[in-house]
Every structure is written in C-alpha cells, then in structure tokens.
Design a protein around this ligand. Sequence first.
Ligand code: RIB
Ligand code: CA
Length: 305
Amino acid sequence: MTGRKKKFEDVIIDTDPGHDDAMALMLALKSQIFKVHAITTVAGNSGIENTTRNVRFILKLLEREDIPVYSGAKKPLKRELVTAVVHGKSGLEGIDPKNPAKLTNNAVSKIISIVKENPGKITLITLGPLTNIAKAIKQNPRVMRKLKAIVMMGGAIRVAGNMSRVAEFNIFVDPEAADIVMGFPVKKAIIPLDACNHVVMQPSDFAKITNQSLAIPIKKMIKPYIANTLKVEGINGALMYDPLTVYYLINPKASKTKEMNVVVKTKGELAGMTAASKKEPANVTVVERTSAKQFKEDFINILSL
Ligand code: RIB
Ligand code: CA
C-alpha cells in the first residue's frame, strides 16, 4: 500500500449503519492505524435502535466489543427523520442482526468529554447525518474547538445529489446540523459523492477477501445492498461511500483534494445542497476524487488481515 500513514490516529466514529458504514467500521478497525475512543450512533439509514444494534453486531463480529458505543440522536435537529431504502428495514438487510440495541442516549456528552480529555488529538469521522456533532457544538463550542479535525462523508459538489437534484443523503436528512458543522471553525474535510460515485464494487471484488470471518457476512449483506442500489439508484454494484471516508485518513495520497468554501443550504427545495466556491476563506478540504483501483486493492488487503 503506497502512502499509508504509519502514525496512530485518535478518532471517534459517528455512524448510521447501513451496509457501507458497516464496511467502513471493518476497514477502520482492521487497518490498525486508528485508536477508536468511541463509536457514536445516529438515526439516518435506519432508526436509532437499528443503527445502534448494527454497530454492536459489527463490533462483536470484529471481536472489538472493548470499544464503547454511545447512542445519540433519534431524529434531526428540526426535521422528521427520513431513512434510506437501500439498507432495508433493519438497516443491515441480509444480516438483520437480532442482538439488543442497548441505547445509552449519551453520544453528545461523550463526544464532548472525550474531546475535552484529549485536546487537539481527536479526529471525528462522521458517516451519517451530522445531528450529534451539531448538538455537541451547540452544547459546548469551547471544547469542540479542541477537535483536531472533522472528516465527513457528505455533500455533492459538481454532481447531482442522491436524495434530491442537489442534496446528498447525510446532508439532506439534517441540513440545519450540517450548516452548523460546516460553519464551525475547526479543520474539516468532506468526501462528497464526487469522490464516491465512480467507486463501485462487485461480488467478485469482495470474494477476494481471504478472511472468511468477514468475507462470509459481507457476502450475505452485499446481495440485498446491490439489489436495492440497482432498484433505487440504477447502479449495479456496491457504493462505498463510508469506507472511502475512512480510507481518506488511511491513504490520503490516493485522493485529489481542493480547498474550497462550502455552505449548506437549509431552505426550500435546495435544502441539503452543499454550495462550493473557490472564494476565500476556504473552510473545508474537498476530496474531489480517490483512486478506485488503489482503494479496492487496499480495502481487500486490509480486510484480509
Ligand atoms: O449518501 C451516502 C451516505 O448516506 C452514506 O453515509 C450512507 O451510509 C448513507 O448514510
Ligand atoms: Ca452512513
């Protein structure tokens, strides 16, 4: 793997599993370059019970139940929750975990306390709607300024949205939260649809994963994920939005980026739009493209460890 970082990255992962979130958690934990202080859950792809249950399932599968799980927002700041279709009723169709969700309802306070205890060290990786992050910023902006960075899957810059003409799902679900986060003065990066749409994996790619403890459940879950994606998006393959977000931290050299000024629209039909320009001051690093070949190779190799 070229350009892979050697150093340890202290992270909190905020997520709404979701098939691609599940594979992002596998990639993050098998890569061995992250110290995961906590995983926080948010409603998005499915309800908070399901997303929290699914995180617990994935951690058990990875034998990493040592990582604390804190559940968070049941719904966006102001809007009703809109869930995704491609992940099925359970949020992880094909596996449909039955383990208890064990909600703790303390994601926001835990994010704040971990950042407070580790000033300047924590990178927040967000894979779902930004509701928990916005709540933490509103509750304690002084502490949240001590974040090292926020790396978000979200947005659509030069391409159409996947929830409306202009809006990508994570931003569409809670545009008010995304607006708060995008305007918050800490180092930020977004991995938008522009960098994800061309990275599509097939069952034959996943079949190259030699670690059967992951290959077998992945084979079960990607069948409905691909079938639903074909039905909803007309794409015949697995879109890897969230794994690409984790991968940006694993191998930044595989991505082309641009410093841009991005604002989130929150009103009317444009709600959820991430309007980007080159005007100063830039407020976010936008990942414009990631090498599909390098990503697939590294994804398969890391999950085969
Ligand atoms: O638009 C893609 C994003 O929305 C991904 O994070 C996917 O998991 C869903 O949350
Ligand atoms: Ca997600």
